[in-house]
Every structure is written in C-alpha cells, then in structure tokens.
Design a protein around this ligand. Structure first.
Ligand code: GUN
Length: 303
C-alpha cells in the first residue's frame, strides 16, 4: 500500500510554525499581518472556503475579515472596493474569492488588486514573475503541491512528471515550478521533465503519459479520471481535484480525480481527498499573507 501523504497533519505543522514566526515578528514591534477576503454572491461552497481561510488566519495570528457583497454588485463597485483596500495601510493581504458572478471580468478584478497585496498570486505581474523564476507570490494551491513534494522528500530532479489540467491558477503554476531550474532566483524550481495533459489530450495518450510518469498531479474535477492501470508502480500521485458527489445511499461526499481505493494499491505515495492538498492550500495562503505583510513593512521602512 502507498504511503499516505497526510496534508492535514502537515498543514497543522506549518500553521504551528507560522504562528510562532508571526508571534516573534509582532513581539519585535510590528502590527499583526492583516487579510481582507471579498466574497460576492451566495455560493455556499465559496462561503465555506472563505470561512475556513478566515479561521486559519485567526488561528495563526493574522487579523482577518470577510467583506460580503450581494451578487448584484457591479464590476465598477467591486473595483472601487478593491481600490480602497489597496490604499488602506492597515490592510496587507487582499483576496477576492473566485468564481465571481457572471458579468464580472475575473482577470480585470485580479489585476486590480495591488500586486504587493495579492496573496493569491493571481495578478498578471505575479504570474509573470513566476514564469520567469523570480521571487514572487505563488498561487496557494500550486505552492501546496510543491511544499508537499519537498516536505515528504519526493525526488523530482530529472524525473518525469505529468500535470493533468491546465488552469491558469492551478495546473499552469504547478507545471511552471516542476519544470524550472532549482538554481534560479525563485528557489522553487524542481528540475522535472513535465508533460501537461488537458481535456483535449486523447484518452490513450493520457494513459501513456501517466504510465510513464514518476509523479502524477491531477487537477481537473473529474472523479475517477485517474485509474490504477495508468499508474507506474511506486509513482507519487497528488490529487488536487475536489468534487462533491451524491452516493448511492443519497449522502454527499467529497472525492478527488483519482480512483483512490485502487490507485493506492499501486502508487508509492498518494494524497487523500479530503485531507490532502486542500488543507495545505489554506496553510500556504497563510504563509503568503505573512510574506506580503513582511515585504510591505520592509518597503515602508525603506521609503
Ligand atoms: N476559488 C477556488 N480556489 C480559490 C483560490 O485559491 N483563491 C481564490 N481567490 N478563489 C478561489
């Protein structure tokens, strides 16, 4: 049976470490890092995600607040609200929960957040810096995957990795770090040979690429896409997918992209869903928030 990569336990360790670091920083005379999460509309899953982020922030010593708007909020009103947070010296980190209601241009909104307050790493400048292996704010889910590979000591140097899913917020930044040179400035490169598969990759090609991979990372939201006969014995499988399904008994449960029951008999290491990448993403968001607060304070001292 595969080693289970327990993201919940690792996330707790990281948040405990962060709590100590933030407490030391505040004891040195700094104001607590602060985070504002904007949520527009009533999507229950989004409200749960934001509530989890706020609770995690408070747990580690970050002052955090949610700003809720009705789904009827216009794009101009949202951009004005973001502008006010950009200008507020009491605010370090800004997060706009996605998806946004139809009619609001998400790219325009992500680019409206000041890049130095962009805890999601979704601003065009932060994505550009990531693409150039420069130090930057990295999207939390991608950072969670990289941190898990590092902390669980999964070798990536010269290995074959497949990323299934090419979203700009998840698959793309994961592939970006996996293929990059570890000696470049970001320090996040992992020197793997990376193949990106997506919805138009023919099924038999997806199977071939996965079977040849030492590491399979999947982020599609398609339950049971990745089956046991697609996995090289001993490979590492990281499941970023999270889908709520209704069982035959009429109960709802969360599942990933991987046929966990069967793949875990073949893989060398595997993340569970829930309890894998999800909790790590929240921990990495907290790390990003502390990082932007430290950088902002540094630049305030320098100017
Ligand atoms: N919606 C789903 N995942 C995310 C995320 O990582 N950040 C934001 N802002 N919205 C999301």
């Amino acid at each position: 049976m595969a080693q289970i990569l327990d993201g919940k336990a690792l996330a707790k360790d990281i948040k405990d470490e962060l709590k100590v670091k933030i407490s030391n920083w505040v004891n040195q005379g700094n104001r607590s890092p602060s985070l504002r999460c904007i949520i527009v509309g009533e999507d229950p899953a989004s409200h749960t995600y934001v509530a989890n982020k706020i609770q995690a922030a408070l747990d580690v010593g970050i002052a955090a607040d949610t700003i809720k708007y009705d789904a009827s909020l216009s794009q101009e009103e949202l951009l004005a609200a973001i502008d006010a947070l950009n200008k507020d010296d009491e605010v370090d980190g800004i997060l706009i929960q996605l998806p946004l209601p139809r009619g609001i241009d998400e790219r325009r909104v992500c680019n409206a957040v000041a890049p130095e307050k962009d805890v999601d790493g979704f601003h065009i400048i932060n994505i550009g810096q990531l693409s150039l292996d420069m130090p930057t704010v990295v999207p939390a889910t991608a950072l969670a995957v990289v941190e898990m590979l590092k902390r669980f000591k999964i070798q990536t140097f010269g290995r074959n990795a497949v990323v299934v899913g090419r979203s700009k917020n998840v698959g793309m930044p994961i592939a970006m770090m996996l293929h990059s040179d570890r000696n470049h400035d970001s320090g996040l490169g992992m020197d793997a040979t990376v193949t990106i598969c997506h919805r138009y990759t023919p099924r038999e090609q997806l199977e071939l690429f996965c079977r040849n991979a030492d590491i399979v990372i999947t982020a599609t939201g398609v339950p049971k896409l990745i089956k046991a006969d697609m996995i090289k014995p001993g490979a590492t499988v990281i499941d970023v997918g999270i889908t709520r399904i209704t069982t035959e008994q009429g109960k709802t449960k969360l599942v990933g992209d991987v046929d966990y029951e069967n793949v875990s008999k073949i893989a060398g290491a595997i993340t569970p869903v829930p309890g894998g990448v999800g909790p790590m993403t929240v921990a990495m968001l907290m790390q990003n928030t502390f990082q932007v607060a430290q950088r902002l304070r540094q630049s305030q001292i320098e100017n």
